[in-house]
Design a protein around this ligand. Structure first.
Ligand SMILES: Cc1cc2nc3c(=O)[nH]c(=O)nc-3n(C[C@H](O)[C@H](O)[C@H](O)COP(=O)(O)OP(=O)(O)OC[C@H]3O[C@@H](n4cnc5c(N)ncnc54)[C@H](O)[C@@H]3O)c2cc1C
Length: 454
């Protein structure tokens, strides 16, 4: 039995698990929606927030947060370029220039870094504001800003970097002037990252770096790369690693594309041959890079859940399912299909609450813990489930592969509904999510050890 208290009447809503999972699922979904409806929020998809120990969760936004919600909505409606929005809505290819343009618009408004402290130019928003902002961006199909600077290396630099490093790098991450990429993985070092072999040897006031990084996402767009390199082979493997910031224009760096199964150009092999990197580009102490690397991974995993984007995909899925026919009636009326949708919607709703609980604890000063592994696993499973269901609902129209139809401005009629051409590339592309950022099997190992104490 689960126990939720209706906030307006104070009465308990008891959710029984005594009946079939399907009935329970629908009942849970219905009761959650009733609960939302009773809060007067603008849509039954908008949840929650204030949770005071020992009291029921208050699902209402405060007046301040409701005003913020309108401000964000008005801003996005007035400023997100229509061509970029159209690309997002139809699942078309997003170019670097699109991301940069949208980044600059957010930067001008002062909204580029919702997670950064004010002293470094961030918004320092509370959990609710960050939630509202992410939710609205996804709702309007805004492109995600590149996470490598804003979410990953930026917090490492302001937390562990020198003043000179903060001054040199943070403003350009914030403004979107410099793009970053991540140089962790190597051909022989993925899950077992500590076995990395890229070596940095001191030569006067420089390191000379040699090695190969792989799967480097958007290295072809990047101005800078943050790299884990081996600076010692003594003792434990983790204790011989350093964290370097490297300019991608340094002689000796070569980027070669790896084409993904959907035909996309997003990942690369990055070769480093006698690359000279100033010692002052090292974060923190030599051989202590593992500490900074783990801090960064915690932030990376917590942002991979992408709840807002999955909610947008779910809305789209329901819309397609109400338009596409099966056996003479809309797919959405098919009991089996409704059950699949209800199943994924419940998982998404619970993930959303879990993410909010996590964000809440982070706001209260707890750093990213091993629990973020849960967000990563569930978030990526849901993303994959949703693309799978979209393929099912579109049936044969999802099968033709016409790469040109993914380009904005391609003016031939698509085969089938407008959204159809993007579905199978998206289905194949999203298989990556359970691999990158640390595979889901590795996340389960982390939880077993750190959370369950096994
Ligand atoms: C699309 C994409 C983008 C990426 N972008 C970047 C990037 O920008 N920068 C970067 O540095 N890296 C990036 N990566 C690399 C990513 O982090 C690694 O692929 C990932 O950590 C897995 O490493 P691996 O590929 O070497 O697989 P392996 O470590 O060889 O794993 C192979 C299989 O064995 C399983 N396995 C391995 N060890 C264990 C274990 N102890 N217990 C249980 N199962 C295990 C894994 O789960 C996996 O299924 C990207 C990967 C992808 C797919």
């Amino acid at each position: 039995m689960a126990d939720i208290r209706d906030l307006q009447t104070g009465k308990r809503c008891i959710i029984s698990h005594d009946f079939s999972p399907f009935t329970a699922a629908l009942d849970f979904s219905r009761r959650i929606n009733m609960l939302y409806a009773s809060t007067g929020l603008e849509s039954n998809q908008e949840p929650l927030f204030r949770r005071i120990k020992g009291t029921p969760m208050d699902l209402k936004f405060s007046a301040e947060h409701t005003a913020f919600q309108s401000e964000v909505r008005t801003f996005i409606e007035g400023n997100l370029p229509l061509d970029i929005q159209e690309k997002g809505r139809r699942g078309l290819k997003i170019e670097k220039e699109d991301v940069r343009r949208w980044h600059e618009i957010l930067f001008e408004k002062g909204w580029a870094a919702s997670n950064w402290p004010k002293e470094h130019g961030g918004c320092e928003w509370d959990t609710v504001r960050r939630y509202i902002f992410g939710e609205k961006l996804a709702r309007y199909h805004a492109p995600a800003l590149s996470p490598f600077g804003l979410t990953m290396v930026g917090p490492v630099i302001y937390t562990f970097g020198t003043d000179a490093q903060r001054k040199r790098y943070l403003p350009k991450i914030l403004s979107g002037e410099e793009f970053w990429c991540q140089g962790y993985s190597e051909p022989g070092a993925g899950s077992d990252l500590a076995s990395l072999q890229t070596r940095a040897v001191t030569d006067g006031d420089h390191y000379i770096v040699n090695g190969q990084k792989t799967w480097t996402t958007y290295a072809q767009w990047a101005d800078q790369i943050f790299c884990l390199v081996r600076t010692s082979s003594e003792g434990k493997r983790q204790e011989g690693i350093s964290f370097l910031l490297i300019d991608m224009n340094t002689p000796g760096i070569e980027v070669q594309p790896i084409i993904t199964i959907d035909g996309g150009r997003e990942i690369n092999s990055t070769f480093l041959s006698d690359v000279r990197v100033p010692l002052e580009n090292r974060i923190g102490e030599e051989n202590k890079g593992w500490t900074y690397a783990k801090f960064l991974l915690g932030n990376e995993r917590s942002s991979i859940a992408r709840v807002g984007y999955s909610k947008a995909r779910l809305r789209r899925l329901k819309q397609i399912a109400s338009e596409e026919q099966s056996g003479g009636r809309p797919m959405i009326e098919d009991t089996g299909f409704r059950r699949s949708i209800a199943d994924v919607e419940i998982k998404l709703k619970t993930l959303e609450f879990t993410e909010l609980r996590y964000l809440m604890s982070e706001t209260q000063g707890d750093g990213p813990g091993a629990e973020v592994s849960l967000l990563k696993i569930r978030g990526t499973e849901i993303q994959q489930d949703l693309t799978e269901l979209s393929m099912q609902v579109m049936g044969m129209y999802a099968h033709p592969y016409v790469p040109e139809s993914m380009e904005y401005g391609w003016n031939e009629d698509p085969i089938g509904p407008e959204i159809a051409p993007s579905l199978s590339p998206s289905y194949f592309n999203v298989r990556k999510t359970s691999i990158y950022g640390g595979t889901n099997e590795i996340q389960k190992n982390i939880m077993a050890k750190m959370v369950l104490g096994l």
